[in-house]
Design a protein around this ligand. Structure first.
Ligand code: 5GP
Length: 206
């Protein structure tokens, strides 16, 4: 069976679990993919580039986009708005692309709801809370208050771990990269119910 429509792979996990580094690392090993660029009201961090890491907008612009039905899903994370725009996702899926998301647990639930057939989800975590603390304290961009908040949000996020198809404990980075690529490979072979029905009816005719 040839893949006709696209597939979705969602990556979630606490800030500091290594999602962004993993995505950066695997990018050149993927083909025919689209990485969803979210819109956010949070301030630019470090070397981030508008239109590459996020679309950075004001709260007013974000609220207007909600009114205009621009988002497939949106959520408040760490006190800032984050949202995924619908149009580029629809286009990428129609083109048969692998669509990769780095979104929180609320976003995952919304995407699973909308695309139950074609979603594969992965929860990325550190081996322990202590390790997460250690990694976050190494980030020059985090103040103490922000770090405390991120840790308490991480604990809440962990309570959603069972909603995911796979859990990757990001201990050895290279091993996690390989496991992630394996899961993506399997996700691409996953067939939606529509494709299977189509295949069966053609199979019966020939
Ligand atoms: P950060 O500010 O560290 O880049 O991201 C904070 C959290 O927001 C992460 O857990 C990330 O996965 C999540 N996030 C980023 N974009 C979106 C989005 O479009 N929707 C939702 N629901 N969460 C997002």
């Amino acid at each position: 069976m040839q893949a006709k429509s696209g597939v979705i792979v969602v990556l979630s996990g606490p800030s500091g679990s290594g999602k962004s580094s993993l995505i950066n690392k695997i990018e050149d090993k993927l083909d025919h993919y689209y990485i969803s660029i979210s819109t956010t009201t949070r301030p630019v961090r470090g070397q981030e580039v508008n239109g590459e890491d996020y679309f950075f907008v004001s709260k007013e612009e974000f609220l207007q986009d909600i009114k205009d039905n621009y988002f497939l899903e949106h959520a408040v994370v760490h006190g800032n708005y984050y949202g995924t725009s619908l149009r580029p996702i629809q286009t990428a899926l129609k083109e048969g692309r692998l669509v990769l998301f780095d979104i929180d647990v609320q976003g995952h639930a919304a995407i699973r709801d909308k695309f139950p057939d074609i979603i594969t989800s992965i929860f990325i975590t550190t081996p322990s809370l202590a390790e997460l603390k250690h990694r976050l304290s190494g980030r020059a961009t985090e103040t103490k208050d922000i770090m405390q908040e991120r840790l308490s949000i991480a604990k809440k996020e962990l309570s959603h771990i069972k909603e995911y198809d796979y859990v990757l404990v990001n201990d050895d980075f290279e091993q996690t990269v390989n496991a992630l690529l394996d899961i993506i490979q399997a996700a691409k072979l996953k067939k939606s119910a529509v494709e299977i029905d189509d295949f069966v009816s053609k199979w019966l005719q020939n």
